[in-house]
Design a binder for this molecule. Structure first.
Ligand code: NAI
Length: 299
């Protein structure tokens, strides 16, 4: 039987920062054992140490979700050490911002590798083991970008639509094995991904609108608040978990009328472009050269 959440064994990718970190802290608070896996090990180590200092059970390890074999070895290790895997949170992700024409093919390959293949590798390794156990819950962090159009984030949105699609199909297949699948579709959560696409992320274009100081975090949700509400919905095995709640409305608007939703989105995009133009004009007027696009992903 799956445990909710006392003594549940939970593996969280991207557990060293933001939503993954908050999920780890909240799960540990509710009595689970959490394994925080992150490409940036230092972040996961610090979070795990703080959880342990608070009396919780936490481990950390290095994992790049683009490495299928390494992901498989991590799943094997968790099962060997703890005898079960109740939850896999496929949460690690990056953002790449910019207009479509600014994205390179390397950008596309990179974001597909992390945001889609990372989820596929984790699921591919964990799902058969969950079938053997007869229980387990795979929770994929998609996004509202997997529900609606996201101009200025087309590659990111593409990957998140894929994660939603995978989760919904898997959920139906998995039910007969006693295994669950859900997708988080967060709106805007105040994490490092809002700044340059997060750890290992990218923003394209001159004087990017996603400069840290340009991000308005006043209407974002705190990741700890998100984790607490989201885990309640995971416990009730909800398929698509949309938070903050106002995004439920936006999702329904999109379902109701794509053209209305498209017009709303186009207006937001125009505003974003106007802000970008204003920044470039200001940089030109003061003689400061607009910021060059970031170089290609470092791998
Ligand atoms: P974050 O940047 O704070 O955390 C992402 C974590 O993933 C970092 O610790 C990073 O080191 C790790 N990571 C990146 N690439 C990795 C790789 N190849 N292998 C292993 N770990 C890797 O950002 P945040 O917001 O916590 O992101 C978590 C997830 O939530 C992502 O999938 C993101 O797309 C999704 N999301 C975030 C939203 C937001 O507004 N913050 C909204 C919707 C979805």
């Amino acid at each position: 039987m799956i445990r909710t959440y006392r003594d549940a064994v939970c593996l969280i990718t991207g557990g060293g920062s933001g939503i993954g970190e908050a999920l780890g802290r909240e799960l540990a608070r509710r009595g689970a054992l959490v394994v925080l896996a992150d490409r940036r090990l230092e972040g996961a180590e610090v979070v795990a140490a703080e959880i342990r200092a608070d009396g919780g059970q936490a481990e950390s390890l290095a994992l790049d979700v683009r490495e299928a074999d390494a992901f498989g070895a991590v799943i094997d290790g968790v099962l060997r050490d703890h005898g079960r895997l109740d939850y896999l949170f496929n949460n690690a992700g990056i953002g790449i911002g910019g207009a479509f024409e600014e994205h390179t093919l390397d950008d596309w390959r990179y974001i597909v590798d992390v945001n889609i293949m990372g989820v596929v590798y984790g699921t591919h390794a964990a799902y058969p083991r969950m079938i053997e156990q007869g229980f387990g819950h795979i929770v994929n962090t998609a996004s509202m970008a997997g529900q609606i159009a996201t101009p200025g984030l087309s590659a990111y949105g593409t990957t998140k639509h894929a994660v939603v699609g995978l989760t919904r199909s898997l959920r139906i297949e998995a039910a007969r094995h006693g295994v669950r699948a859900s997708a988080f579709c967060p709106g805007v959560i105040n994490t490092r991904i809002l700044q340059h696409g997060g750890e290992f992320g990218r923003v394209r274009g001159p004087a990017g609108v996603f400069e840290p100081e340009a991000v308005d975090t006043s209407r974002t949700m705190d990741p700890n608040h998100f984790a607490a509400l989201a885990l309640n919905q995971v416990a009730s095995n909800r398929e698509i978990i949309v938070l903050p709640r106002m995004w439920v409305l936006i999702r329904w608007l999109d379902r109701l009328s794509e053209s209305l939703s498209g017009r709303f989105n186009a207006r937001m995009y125009e505003r974003m472009q106007a802000e970008l133009d204003r920044r470039v004009a200001k940089a030109n007027a003061t003689g400061a050269a607009p910021k060059e696009p970031d170089g290609p992903p470092t791998g």
